[in-house]
Design a protein around this ligand. Structure first.
Ligand code: IFM
Length: 475
């Protein structure tokens, strides 16, 4: 039960926030960000193990070696989720833990960990929602060329088939990829993410092979009778002005950020304008006959991750690329559209510097429902980083995050009212964790983690979310 001292609020920020009956409310994490136990039970290195050890790649030299020790503390963590009343838990499976070389037989000790986690969740009445790939490619596959190589898509499908059969007696809901835009364009374009390559042509090939891997895996999982989806990070992309040059910049960035993934997956084709924008980068000769039919394998759900908007200009005077990391020297993650400028926002921002723009979530959801064939939608990530710290009483009063979540859940409700087939929402993240190139410096959690002692402390937002789930907020 929420108390005023826990939410840090004198009003009830959920008042009037009615969500439809059956609307699923959960929280999300990802393997490398929380598990730790990097060298345990046969786990092999992933590209993030390699990348985070390279000097200057991650703020403070942080790595996921220990993270929040979820591998050892998963029972305590599931008990915490149950205490909050989470209905579903979205986590990712570390490919390197269950298939260290990225090929060949599964590593039984790794599979056993996820099997125990699934059992624990089911016993607590929490639906497991595993994602098969949240950016942690086994290093041996990167050594063989990584996602720019077609063979990586085939390896991914083998892994997906094997692990989904191993857990398929208890897990019926699968997500193939998380945010392929980041894997392709931050991993192989700007180099802000692992494996840290800066090769525009390779980044586009990586994008195609990620989606091919998705399609091959989705088709296997679907034929085994399971539900399958993919999660794409979508942005509301707005021109800085009504001038043609800014509208053109917005078309380009919307193309690379949103439509480059939505179109092949849901329409079975690449957007012609994006292919034209990329003409100086690649000729798309890597797309083989039949690939787009595979990529557009019918889905049971589409996951939407939403955090903020992009305001862009064709004037190229604004320095930031919209996805800069904390360490300098990176290239652009926008192949063929490097000239587009991203304007610093006028709205309040989170600790990531991302503008808080809840209405953009409604727009994005309505746009997907309007422009693409109907598929049930879930917001699979939404949340905010703030510089949270416990107060003298040991409470973490993250009123900013309560406000952020409340605004975005209202935006979900507005989308539902407008007829969008939105079925659920997962908060990012359940725990403070390893925020990629930002290391542990940015806290996204509903639950505060003291990285010295590994103590978990639910923040005000966790109590607020718990009350929302349990229908305890006055309406
Ligand atoms: O932490 C990440 C997550 O791994 C993927 N989506 C965005 C989050 C916040 O940056």
């Amino acid at each position: 039960m929420t108390t005023e001292s826990q939410t840090g609020s004198q009003t009830d920020p959920g008042a009037g926030l009615e969500l439809p009956a059956g609307f699923l409310l959960g929280a999300a994490t990802a393997a490398y960000q929380i598990e730790g136990a990097a060298g345990v039970d046969g786990r092999g290195p992933s590209i993030w193990d390699t990348f985070s050890r390279q000097p200057g790649r991650v703020l403070g030299g942080d790595t996921g070696d220990v993270a929040i020790e979820h591998y050892d503390r998963y029972r305590q963590d599931v008990a915490l989720m149950a205490g909050l009343g989470l209905q579903a838990y979205r986590f990712s499976i570390s490919w390197s833990r269950v298939q260290p070389d990225g090929r060949g037989p599964l590593n039984q000790a790794g599979v056993d960990f996820y099997s125990r986690l699934v059992d624990e969740l089911l016993a607590a009445g929490i639906q497991p929602w595993p994602t098969l790939y949240h950016w942690d490619l086994p290093q041996p596959l990167e050594d063989a060329g990584g996602w720019p190589e077609r063979a990586t898509a085939e390896r991914f499908a083998d892994y997906a088939g094997a692990i989904s059969s191993a857990l398929g007696d208890r897990v019926s809901q699968w997500t193939t990829l998380n945010e392929p835009w980041c894997s392709a364009f931050l991993g192989y374009g700007s180099g802000v993410h692992a494996p840290g390559r800066q090769d525009p042509a390779a980044s586009v090939r990586a994008g195609h092979h990620l989606m091919l891997g998705h399609g091959l895996a989705a088709s296997l999982i679907s034929s085994a009778g399971h539900q399958v989806g993919v999660t794409i990070n979508l942005y509301d992309v707005l021109p800085a002005s009504d001038r043609e040059i800014d509208r053109e910049a917005a078309r380009r960035i919307d193309g690379l950020q949103n439509r480059f993934f939505l179109d092949p997956v849901l329409l079975g084709s690449y957007p012609a304008d994006v292919v034209a924008d990329l003409a100086g980068v690649t000729d798309f000769a890597f797309v083989r006959e039949g690939d787009l039919a595979v990529i557009s394998t019918p889905l049971d759900i589409l996951g939407v991750n939403y955090y903020t908007r992009h305001v862009v200009t064709g004037d190229a005077t604004a320095g930031n690329d919209g996805h800069g990391g904390p360490v300098g020297g990176q290239a652009s993650p926008w192949p063929g559209s490097e000239q587009v400028g991203f304007l610093p926002g006028e709205l309040p921002v989170t600790a990531m510097g991302w503008e808080i723009h809840a209405e953009g979530l409604t727009s994005v959801l309505k746009r997907v429902a309007r422009e693409y064939p109907s598929v049930p939608l879930y917001v699979t990530e939404n949340g905010a980083a703030f510089f949270d710290e416990p107060d003298a009483d040991g409470l973490v009063r993250d009123t900013d995050r309560v406000r952020y979540l409340e605004g975005h859940l209202r935006a979900c409700r507005d989308a539902v009212d407008a007829g969008v087939p939105l079925k659920g929402y997962f908060c990012w993240s359940l725990f403070d964790n390893f925020e990629w190139s930002w290391g542990y410096s940015r806290r996204f959690g509903l639950v505060y983690v003291d990285y010295e002692t590994q103590t978990r402390t639910p923040k005000s937002s966790a109590y607020w979310y718990s009350d929302l789930i349990r229908g305890r907020l006055a309406v």
